[in-house]
Design a protein around this ligand. Sequence first.
Ligand code: ZN
Length: 160
Amino acid sequence: MDIQNEKVVSIHYKLTNNEGEVLDTSEGKDPLNYIQGKQNIIPGLEKALEGKTTGDKINVTVQPAEAYGEYREEMIQQIPRTAFGEIERIEPGMQFQMNTQNGPVIVTVTKVEEENVTIDANHPLAGKELTFDVEVMEVRDASEEELSHGHVHGPDGHAH
Ligand code: ZN
């Protein structure tokens, strides 16, 4: 069975950056299951997998626009330290969830000063070219329920 929209696909993958560092991998874990065409995975990877079948291996480098988006300077903000309320120790690299007009966003602290804290709301992988090594393990039809939910169910999926 070929990968096309609304198929459930199981893949093993390894994600590396341009420096060759492994950022994420399914090695030693269960394969990742997703539904093609439901934006469960980044668009560039979905495109590269279209038409592939069980056993196929691909290596694809995805540009930021087709991955986690371009890095946007305007997503960097200074906010008063008091906005963190009771939290006593704030250090660069810490991540917080903040509520915005567009819903909750994970922000990373990049700089801490006496009065102000600089936060970056870009996705940690924004602006990065990403290379995926992927092996297709299984392709199957999605159930009605999976399609209506837009994600995969199963023994290892979530239960509800
Ligand atoms: Zn569901």
